[in-house]
Structure formats: C-alpha cells, structure tokens
Design a protein around this ligand. Structure first.
Ligand SMILES: [Cu+2]
Length: 461
C-alpha cells in the first residue's frame, strides 16, 4: 500500500542520486564552461515534519533544499547570487581558500547584497574536499531558516567509490505545529546556545538511503546547524574517516564518537553490509538522547569490496608552517555581559555575552574594531588559543588553514583545518602560514556566540 510516507521516502531516495547527478551536470558542467550560474536566495516552505509545510523557510535555488554545488579543484567557478529575500545577505564559502573579495563578509570584504540586488562570485578552488556555503549577514535567522548548502570540490585523481551520499546535518527550531518558534533565548545564548527541536539530514528526519551491498560509499557530511555539536558513530557497518574539514586525514581511522561542531565536515568511507536489506545507521551519541541521523540500506548482490584496497585521497597543496620561524599571537576567549544596539543591518541579538581578547565584536557593522593581529604574507604564525569559558566553541578562521598542535586537553590527529572545536579549559596552538592577503574573520561558529561578541579578525598584508 502506498502511503504518503512511503511516497515521500521513495522520492527522497531517488532524489539522493538524481539530485547529485543532476546538480553535477547543472553546476559542474556550467562551471567548466565558465558560464555564470545563478543561485537565487529566496523565501519558501518545506516539508520538514509530518505536520504539513513549514512556512518562512529561506533557501537557495529551485528545489526545497539548497543544492550541492559541485566544483573542480583548479578550475574556475562563477556564480551570481540573486537576492530575492527582503533583507540583505551574502555568501561565505566556508573552508575555501579564495580571494578575500569573494569571502562574503559584509563591509569587511564586500558590500551588503540588498533584496533585489545581486553579487558575482568568481574563484578557483585550490583544494578538493567537502565544504559548505552560507550567508554572513543576519546569520542566526538566515542559516536557522535554511540558508546552508554543501560544496563538493572534486579531484579527478581521487579514488572511485561505488556511491557517494552528501549529508547536510542540521536542526530546526519548530513548535509542535511544525512552524518556526523564536530562534534563540538570551539565557541560552550566554551558555551552549539555543538548540533546535527537530533534527534532520538533508531536511528530512532520519532519512534512508540505498547503496550497493558490500560497496564502498563516500559519505560527505557537514554540521551546518547554528548550535549543535555532534558525537558521531556508525552502527551496523564499518566507517572510517578519510578527511577532516575538507582535507585528507594523514591516516584513516574508525569513526568512534568523533565530536564535530557547527561548520565542521567529515568524509567517511562506509563499507556497506553484504546482506541485501541490511541497514547501517549514522548516530549522534552526544547528550542524553542518542539520535539516528540517517540510515543506509544495502541493495543488490554484494560487491564484496575491501575498504583497505581504497587508495588514499589526493593531498591538497597546503602551506606547511615553518615552526622554527613562527611568531606567536595570543587569543583568549571570554564571557562578557552588556547590551548592544538591536538595529544592525545584518541583525543584532541585542547583547554581548562573549569576547575575544576582551573585545566583543560589533559584527556586521560598518565600523569594526581594529584587527586583533596583523600578519606578514608568507610568514608562519602560531595562534595560542585559550578557552577559560565553560563552553565548547567551534572556532572558524576564514581564508587560511591551520594545523592544530599541542592541546592540553585532547590528542590531535595531524591534519589541516579551518575550524577547531576547543574544549572548556583547553589551550591549543593553531599553526599557519599567512599566505592569503586580506582581512579574515576568526569567530565561533555557534552563531549565537558569534553574534554576541565572539568574533574578531586578523589582517594579512
Ligand atoms: Cu562559541
């Protein structure tokens, strides 16, 4: 019997593959020809719960969910943002080491894009991997209501998988009727942030994807939520991490309660069960109630692959820090408590609860504070970051990549990243080469923390 739910599930599984392939043709193909792609930011509605459409959603493109934008490493990509929202917006390309003018931070790197206006983004991604895109204006509302999509930068030399599944992991702040409720509570913004009420993967609650039995699946996932930190585990199948935050892991390792925060990405190799119909589940084990984020069902006769036969990913051309000649810069996170104007062009939450080096940043204004540091292009720097606050903070640096080192709280796998999840009472060093000129924002990616002061920027000249 066909119920509405089975119809939706059927459409969803078809969409997982058709969506990927269709968009590769639409975006990847056009980008190769260097014809501009237009991406419309617009209001909409979406079937997130079984209570009927959620109204007041914000999305990109024609479909309900923002498209996966596919690019190729070293090939020019161009996209025109067409803003049909009735408020200003921009696009930030999270993790892509591109020209500062394309970074999407209002005032600091580009003008606000008002409703009815557009902006042309054009760049050549230097690194392959899994990234994402989102606004950098009125961010709590705009990401909270839907504006977050994934970017896949392909490298033709990467190993071939039997399937690829892209997962956009996020929550929604919805009431029992499936409609938006207040996006945040001030007392929670001063703590871990305000949590969503409905958890989704690709805007569906615990969706199921089909993949070849015994096959190797490349699972690309991004934590795009404004608040929630995840502890990920795969049940019912082997899964190993092959890339962290876009860049290949030095050695692959089993996925075992791995914590990732807003802004972070993981690439996994999932070895599907051999038995047709067997189901593997991606779970979040953080917090009191474990959640199944998505499931993967084995279909067909087993391909009998062995994950050990998979060659490593191609390395990205990342600048290796020269620690013998590094200058050190201190960054101390702290709490703050003051009111602030509620009328920012890109939205204000009305408070400062947080600061970096005791300065709460009035972000999204035309009058930012001075940069916290000025770095000379080509030199190595070490950010000595301290978190004396009782909260975990996913710290994101635009435009540059760093190597985390020497934490007093956690073992660090050698890798390059753009987002570091710093624990309470942790001190860590982030080593980087300042090889990309411009003003680069450094902020917490728990958006309520970002928007209430935990934001700053560094300048590379
Ligand atoms: Cu934070």
């Amino acid at each position: 019997m066909l119920t509405r739910r089975t119809l939706m599930k059927g459409a969803l599984v078809a969409g997982a593959y058709a969506g990927g392939v269709g968009l590769a043709g639409r975006f990847g193909g056009l980008a190769k020809a260097e014809a501009p792609v237009t991406l419309v930011a617009r209001p909409g509605e979406a079937m997130i719960t079984d209570k009927g459409p959620t109204k007041g959603v914000m999305t990109y493109g024609d479909a309900e969910i923002p498209p996966v934008l596919r690019m190729r490493r070293g090939e020019a990509f161009a996209l025109r943002l067409d803003n049909r929202l009735d408020e200003p917006t921009t696009i930030h390309w999270h993790g892509l080491r591109i020209d500062n003018r394309m970074d999407g931070v209002p005032f600091l790197t580009q003008p606000y894009v008002y409703g009815g206006d557009g902006f042309d983004y054009a760049f050549t991604p230097p690194d392959a991997g899994t990234f994402w895109y989102h606004p950098h204006c009125n961010t709590l509302t705009q990401i909270g209501r839907g504006l977050a999509g994934l970017v896949v930068v392909e490298d033709p030399a990467d190993p071939v998988f039997d399937a690829e599944i892209v997962l956009n992991l996020r929550d929604w702040r919805l009431g029992g009727d499936g409609q938006f409720i207040a996006q945040f509570k001030p007392r929670d913004a001063a703590r871990a942030g305000t949590f969503g009420t409905v958890r989704t993967a690709n805007w569906r609650q615990s969706p199921q994807y089909d993949a070849p039995a015994g096959g190797l699946v490349r699972l690309r996932l991004a934590a795009t939520d404004v608040t929630r930190i995840l502890a990920l585990q795969m049940e019912g199948a082997e899964a190993a991490v092959i890339a962290l935050d876009g860049n290949p892991a030095a050695e692959r390792f089993a996925l075992d309660h791995l914590m990732i925060g807003p802004g972070q990405r993981l690439d996994l190799v999932l070895r599907m069960p051999d038995t047709e119909g067997a189901v593997a589940a991606l779970k979040d084990l953080r917090g009191t109630k474990p959640a199944t984020l998505a499931t993967f069902r084995a279909v067909g006769a087993s391909l009998k692959r062995d994950a050990r036969d998979l060659p490593p990913l191609t390395q990205n051309p990342l600048p290796e820090p020269d620690l013998s000649a590094a200058a050190e810069i201190p960054f101390v996170l702290s709490a703050s408590a003051e009111e602030r104007p509620k009328d920012g062009i890109c939205g204000s939450l009305g408070y400062n609860f947080w600061a970096i080096n005791k300065v709460p940043w009035a972000d999204d204004t035309g009058d930012p504070t001075a940069p916290l540091a000025e770095m000379k292009a080509g030199r190595t720097y070490i950010f000595n970051v301290e978190n004396p606050t009782p909260q975990v903070h996913p710290l994101h640096l635009h435009g540059l990549v760093f190597r985390p080192m020497n934490s007093n709280k956690q073992a660090i796998r050698p890798h390059f990243s753009d987002t570091y999840l710093i624990l309470p009472d942790e001190k860590v060093q982030l080593a980087l080469v300042a090889d990309n000129p411009g003003d680069w924002v450094f902020h917490c990616h728990i958006i309520e923390h970002q928007k209430t002061g935990m934001t700053s920027y560094v300048r590379v000249v």
